[in-house]
Design a protein around this ligand. Structure first.
Ligand SMILES: [Zn+2]
Length: 268
């Protein structure tokens, strides 16, 4: 692998919200302490490629759903020198509102999406609020329009986008959830997105309650372990610990963690 140029990888926090334990773990004791949920988008880049992974939500969505909006994901990318207007590759891990809002801010991008995700988000399970709640109908419709405009790049399962970056459908949280595997200077790293919202979901085998298939979610954790070179190279989608465990890209930069360097402390 040494001939492949490694990616720099960043997690950019854009929002946060307080949560009860029962909202984060199936079967949590009501007296158990909750953990805040952070919201991230991610950036992977090297000299010849740049990928934005998910596009977050905007301020209006934050108000509707009562999340604390810290800054636009587009602003967070700008802090890393990335102009959303110029981005050509966006990977959509799944179509939930906190992963696909703002995609209109990427006018030149094509969107990498699993076949199963669009089928799920427009299919029979969306007749039930339990499954449809985390989707925004207008965003799903807008993504269908992107399909007709030729801007969606569909994948079915595993796909290599370039040497050192691949997509893997795990399902579980949604039927078409995909994760991103990246070659970095510390080996293979996986952006797990909502395959594991917190380090603890996967580590303690405690599934997150927003789920299409619990068994697929559990199998997905095994797959993550296969795909990554170490436990600390599996980056959960919503855990505030990400910003504690990984250093900022430069001293004093807040709300951004560099993930392709060794973690600051061992996983708890
Ligand atoms: Zn999410």
């Amino acid at each position: 692998m040494s001939e492949i140029e490694p990616f720099e990888v960043y997690a950019i926090r854009y929002a946060t919200v307080a949560r009860q334990a029962a909202e984060n773990f199936i079967g949590a004791d009501p007296h158990e302490c909750g953990a805040p949920m952070d919201y991230f988008v991610w950036l992977a880049r090297r000299s010849d490629r740049l990928y934005v992974i998910d596009t977050g939500f905007n301020e209006a969505a934050a108000q509707r759903r009562r999340r604390d909006f810290l800054r636009s994901p587009v602003e967070g990318l700008r802090a890393l020198g990335v102009d959303a207007q110029q981005v050509t590759e966006v990977i959509v891990t799944h179509l939930h509102y906190d992963h696909i809002g703002n995609f209109d801010r990427f006018p030149r991008a094509r969107f990498h999406l699993q076949d199963r995700e669009l089928a799920y988000a427009t299919g029979r399970y969306m007749t039930r609020p339990f499954f449809s709640y985390a989707y925004e109908l207008e965003e799903v419709l807008a993504m269908v329009r992107q399909v007709y405009a030729g801007r969606v790049c569909f994948h079915d399962g595993d796909a290599v986008l370039a040497p050192g970056i691949s997509l893997h459908r795990l399902g579980g949280h949604t039927q078409g959830l995909q994760v991103v595997r990246l070659w970095t200077r510390r080996g293979w790293l996986v952006l797990a997105s909502d395959a594991s919202h917190y380090f603890a979901n996967m580590r303690d085998s405690r599934p997150f309650p927003v789920v299409a298939s619990v068994t697929e979610m559990v199998d997905g954790w095994d797959r993550l372990t296969e795909l990554a070179d170490s436990a600390d190279a599996i980056i959960p989608g919503h855990d505030p610990l990400v910003l504690e465990r990984f250093p900022p890209p430069a001293p004093g930069v807040e709300g951004i963690a560099r993930l392709d360097v060794p973690p600051l402390a061992a996983p708890r």
